[in-house]
Design a protein around this ligand. Structure first.
Ligand code: ZN
Length: 209
């Protein structure tokens, strides 16, 4: 939890444009973001099967004012991917892409936390496995939602276009390629910068004197 709180905090502290509004924004957003994180953690989905998570992300981006395309991506076998692209245009300027991955791992959760996953699912080869967000993609997706809200709320302080991406199938390494192969959506988009976040298993400590 400490890591989660820290990462959520960092997502709103990262941009200096929020410096003056940080405390109010954090106090307002943190309870809902923690609930969202626990909900995603309790409902993990394997690569290629991120239907619920992508729908949750797409819905939150729409509520935050983004124009959203979901079910983005085509795998080599022709099946659709659950990629999400949210666009927020805010006048002339660069395009910033911010990405979060959404899929979980075939691992039985044994943490014992109240929001632990009890999900069992079948892999694409038909094997039944436990499913767990053991790689932090629940945090990443939650951070993307918090970032989406913060940047939409701060529209008067920046110009350009935001492209927020929910990436499917990061663990199987074929989700990004599937999204890039889908020429029906955002084929002409060329971000000026791209950014993503990841989680650490420890929180840096202040050096001792
Ligand atoms: Zn991962």
């Amino acid at each position: 939890m400490r890591v989660t709180r820290t990462v959520l905090l960092l997502s709103t502290l990262a941009a200096p444009i929020f410096a003056q509004d940080n405390s109010a924004l954090l106090n307002q957003q943190m309870p809902n973001l923690l609930d969202t994180y626990k909900d995603i953690h309790a409902h993990p989905e394997l690569s290629h099967f991120e239907e619920r998570t992508s729908a949750l992300l797409a819905g939150e981006l729409r509520k935050a004012g983004y124009t959203v395309t979901d079910h983005v991506g085509v795998y080599p076998d022709g099946s659709r991917a659950f990629g999400v692209v949210g666009i927020l245009k805010n006048g002339a300027g660069p395009m910033l892409l911010i990405r979060a991955d959404m899929d979980a791992l075939p691992i039985v959760e044994e943490t014992g936390v109240p929001y632990a996953s009890h999900v069992l699912a079948k892999t694409r080869s038909g094997q039944e496995v436990g499913v767990m967000h053991a790689c932090g993609h629940d945090v990443h997706t939650t951070v993307l939602i918090g970032t989406a809200r913060a940047l939409a709320a701060a529209k008067s302080q920046w110009h350009g276009t935001l492209m927020l991406v929910g990436q499917p199938s990061e663990e199987t390494i074929d989700g990004a390629k599937a999204m890039l192969s889908d020429h029906s959506t955002n084929a002409s988009a060329r971000p000026t910068w791209s950014s993503a976040c990841t989680t650490l298993t420890s929180v840096p400590q202040a050096p001792s004197a």
